[in-house]
Design a protein around this ligand. Structure first.
Ligand SMILES: [Zn+2]
Length: 461
């Protein structure tokens, strides 16, 4: 009986069905691959050697900028640190002609969001997105001696790839476009958005961006770290949505010795409920439920009247995500655990604590991926799309403008500060060698906007 009930309630994943209307692209499709004129001056200046020489020459300065950023603790809750990093970021981009705007966070405990703008001679605009905050409190950095540290090709330290390395990548890319493709740099408008509190999935930042996107924004480029599959570089083209939830069970308390049959045991009921929730996970449609926290009861001699569990659910597809939420809400009402004395039932309540909608695979993002793949072909390496489970600001933006993510350098172990002597635990690091090729890729992909889609951006040898 119970098993059949679970099957009926569980979300049905209709794999292979076409995108739902909600999953369709923004009305504006990417125009990065639309041919545009007047690029010949820049095109003539671009060859691979010049591009790589320029980036290699600038790399030490980029690494030094990264060091300055990593040495500022910018844990989300360190408001002063986040704002100090915002000031440094504004100063550095001011040298490229960007004007700062500080936008207070909805939560007054957090630092200001930062928006940097440089107007272009045309209406066409490119948005770039990063964040100022990290997940590391200063005490944790101290405790684990987690700080700027170069070992071979790796730089360890808080935020080295999530996401200060991404911010430095933005700077390197823009500086190089200014140097090698000045007509592109001046023609496009640029808006750079820095979330003060990305690690808490602050939703007000989505509004900050969307309110400031120009009408002709070509793309939102998010500089979270690159993925890898072997030698293949992976850009993020979809991210799961996430809803966090709380299930509260109320039963009826009773003396566990004298009045046991009077009780309706809330913990026993919650045990049944979390089993059902867990069974909703369906890897075949990338739907996961995680029961993350549980508590209840008040003493060993009491039949508990109260128990609560919290967790999250994640899915890539909007329809799967919505069905999953409905399935969870379907658990509300009287439970199956009752008082043996009079049938008094436990009651189940379900509430959602937060929600970030999925960023599903969509044609506008895929068209941006194609631009980056064409640029990669020019450089002789491979790029593919990755659908990533974790959230980013891309989740908040893809409906407004075509969005692609994963444009930062490559690193590993984000959100980890621990190191063990046997090497089984290693903290967050970025790979120095990933900056120049990735910056070259980003420079070319943005430059491709001005070129015929199939033509080589490089002049013939
Ligand atoms: Zn990040």
């Amino acid at each position: 009986m119970a098993a059949r009930q679970i099957r009926r309630d569980r979300p049905s994943c209709r794999l292979g069905t076409p995108h739902t209307p909600q999953d369709s692209p923004p009305t504006q499709t990417s125009s990065l691959d639309r041919p545009r004129g007047n690029s010949h001056a820049d095109q003539a200046m671009l060859d691979k050697t010049v591009l790589f020489d320029s980036l290699t020459r600038q790399l030490p300065e980029a690494i030094d900028l990264l060091r300055q950023m990593v040495e500022i603790n910018s844990w989300t809750e360190n408001r002063a640190g986040v704002n100090r990093l915002g000031d440094l970021t504004a100063d550095v981009f001011a040298q490229l002609g960007f004007k700062p705007e500080k936008v207070p966070s909805e939560n007054p405990e957090w630092g200001d969001h930062l928006v940097l703008t440089r107007h272009g001679s045309s209406n066409a605009n490119v948005a770039m997105v990063s964040h100022l905050d990290t997940v590391f409190p200063p005490e944790e950095e101290e405790l684990n001696n987690f700080r700027w540290q170069i070992e071979g090709d790796r730089i360890y330290g808080p935020g080295t790839h999530d996401i200060k390395g991404g911010t430095v990548m933005m700077w390197l890319v823009l500086r190089t476009i200014r140097e090698l493709m000045p007509a592109v740099f001046d023609r496009l408008g640029w808006r750079l958005f820095f979330n003060s509190s990305e690690e808490t999935t602050s939703h007000d930042f989505g509004r900050v961006c969307r309110d400031r996107f120009d009408k002709d924004t070509i793309a939102a480029l998010v500089f979270e770290s690159e993925g890898r599959r072997g030698q293949t570089r992976r850009l993020v083209v979809a991210r799961k949505g996430r809803a966090t939830w709380r299930v509260t069970v109320t039963g009826r308390g009773a003396h566990a010795g004298g009045r046991h049959p009077q009780g309706a045991n809330a913990i026993v009921e919650l045990g049944r409920v979390v089993q059902r929730i867990s069974s909703f996970t369906d890897y075949s449609c990338d739907l996961t439920f995680n029961v993350g926290l549980i508590r209840g009861g008040g003493g060993l001699n009491r039949v508990p009247h109260f128990a609560v569990a919290e967790g999250e659910l994640r899915a890539f597809r909007t329809d799967v995500f919505e069905e999953a939420k409905s399935a969870l809400l379907g658990l509300r009402g009287p439970g199956e655990v009752r008082s043996p004395a009079d049938g008094f039932p436990c009651n189940i309540n379900v509430e959602f604590l937060s929600e970030t909608a999925p960023w599903p695979r969509n044609p506008a993002t895929d068209s941006l991926l194609e631009v980056w793949q064409r640029a990669a072909t020019e450089l002789g390496f491979e790029v593919e799309g990755e659908e990533r489970g974790g959230l980013s600001d891309g989740n908040l933006l893809w409906r407004a403008v075509p969005t692609i993510d994963g444009l930062g350098p490559h690193g590993e172990n984000d959100h980890c500060s621990e190191r063990s002597p046997d090497g089984s635990k290693v903290p967050e690091y970025v790979e120095i060698s990933s900056f120049v090729p990735k910056a070259a890729l980003n420079v070319l992909a943005i430059g491709l906007d001005l070129n015929r889609p199939t033509a080589s951006i490089f002049q013939p040898a």
